[in-house]
Design a protein around this ligand. Structure first.
Ligand code: SF4
Length: 93
């Protein structure tokens, strides 16, 4: 059974919109209760299922590309630089 969010993304893909290539592995989409449902809906609308120009701005997408992983505390609109994210990881883990 697909979640409401996966359904939105599948529908987006059917409409030939170019959703984010990370949708099948991203925690925001795939882990229930990873974030509040209302936040999830906003992120999916504004980033994941939006046009390429939008999901390319997602900090989770950028971080995954630069570090080959994305820590859980990074959200699509996180304003930390990648270096700041690395600093936080070093301090906290
Ligand atoms: S949160 Fe970012 S990386 Fe994850 S699927 Fe959405 S746009 Fe892609």
């Amino acid at each position: 059974m697909y979640s409401k969010y996966q359904f939105i993304l599948f529908k987006t893909q059917k409409m030939n919109k170019s959703s984010c290539p990370n949708i099948h592995g991203c925690q925001i989409i795939n882990i229930k209760d990873f974030i509040a449902p209302e936040d999830k809906e906003i992120y999916i609308k504004n980033y994941c299922s939006s046009e390429k120009e939008e999901w390319e701005k997602c900090k989770r997408y950028i971080t995954k590309n630069e570090l080959n992983f994305c820590p859980d505390f990074v959200m699509p609109d996180t304003e930390y630089t990648t270096d700041q994210i690395l600093d936080i990881i070093e301090k906290e883990y």
